[in-house]
Design a protein around this ligand. Sequence first.
Ligand code: NAD
Ligand code: UDX
Length: 465
Amino acid sequence: MKIQKICCIGAGYVGGPTMAVIAKQCPDITVTVVDINEARIAAWNDENVDNIPVYEPGLSAVVAEARGRNLFFSTDVDKAIDEAEMIFISVNTPTKTYGEGKGQAADLKWIELCARQIARVAQGDKIVVEKSTLPVRTASTLKDILTHTGNGLNFQILSNPEFLAEGTAVDDLMNPDRVLIGGDQTEEGKNAIEALVNVYARWVPKDRILTTNVWSSELSKLTANAYLAQRVSSINSLSELCEHTEADVNEVARAIGTDSRIGPKFLKASVGFGGSCFQKDILNLVYISRTYGLHEVADYWEQVIIMNDHQKRRFAKKIIRNLYNTVSGKKIAFLGWAFKKDTNDTRESAAIYVADHLLNEQSKIAVYDPKVTEKQIFSDLDYLGSRSPEENRKQLQAEKDPYKVCKGSHAVAVLTEWDEFKSYDWQKIYDSMLKPAHIFDGRNLLDKEALKAIGFQVHAIGSTN
Ligand code: NAD
Ligand code: UDX
């Protein structure tokens, strides 16, 4: 079966970039991305392509090329469902904040709404593709809803999890390590798998397109994120040991990373991992394991989160300890708010939790991030509910000028590894700060020796001064 029309429900960080790249690579396929969020769709359709709602290097060029040709963004969900042969579901699946599984299980209400809407609207057979990250066995829920509430049509469910990382989404989509497609092992299931393989095969080498049964595919996504996050927590746990033993975590990472069995990636000690995926997906894995009574499995993975929370808290405490055990009334300059460089996404960013801890100690904070808006920063803090929105605005300010942020501060804290921080005039920053001037480099980004030569007291992650 040759796919001519694709619909994607959810125009977020995954739906938007993924569909833009499919549309770019397959000019003969019409791709319509739909969302109930009108503002988001309006931003994707903004005449000025630099105003699209997701910041990713190279993405605006891809959108500019395909938008209006075979890539469309719309709020008319029913129409797009009706017209497409293949429907991707790429809606959010956050951690539940209520009821059974609160704080751990994935909230699947948006997924279920999509399934019910597809069932209600569809007039012909459809291939429904799980693009969202979902608990293993969700496909059976979707199938149940689609067959029992639909118009007696045939639905094939595929699992096609997305492995892109933010900040490198376009590159990851253009040159993926692999594309994973899981489906039923029946004749119809295999045909559906083949239809999706043929979409990706336009630009992805066939040997990088892996096909599996649907459950393996669903579970592989949670597993991949758990493994990646586990590497970060492992190196972060050792960063604390390094700080007590004069070992240097960067040297340790290099030493172990050259072992081809371990490999060099994801060994960068940090202030703690953030992002919308790692924590949510591990919590979900923990929850699923517990529901099967697998408590040792659950405890094993939960430790990755416990370690990450510890690392964020430890960084905040380190700042307080080195500022003579009080930050009350002191100005601390934050460089970076996004959860990693080259994205405007702040979900679960370590910066939010470090700021919250310091604000509880009555510090003043000034923030500069090249891509995150003031509105987003306050929305992140207000969401925690630790203090009133007025108090947050009294204690924290966001600025568009990094030099202004650092001026008059007791300490600078690097929370995100934006490249531009490396090229700042650090002498000028030093001159404008209160003395002794401290730098807490939560990303081991800056040149420690050069900063020390200027006169800074430098506190890195995983090494002594
Ligand atoms: P997002 O919140 O940025 O986007 C989801 C969008 O879906 C929102 O714009 C929302 O309005 C829309 N939506 C929700 N319900 C809808 C409905 N019924 N009809 C139409 N639109 C609806 O989320 P995201 O970061 O794009 O993540 C989407 C999924 O992809 C999640 O399951 C996530 O775990 C997974 N994922 C994310 C990443 C990532 O880097 N962000 C990577 C891989 C996988
Ligand atoms: C992750 C997965 O990498 C991706 O495959 C999946 O599809 C979505 O989740 P993402 O969260 O966008 O991607 O970014 P990633 O590069 O994995 O970084 C996650 C967090 O870990 C960031 O806060 C990053 O700064 C941190 N990190 C990463 C480290 O602290 N050290 C490292 O060595 C690597």
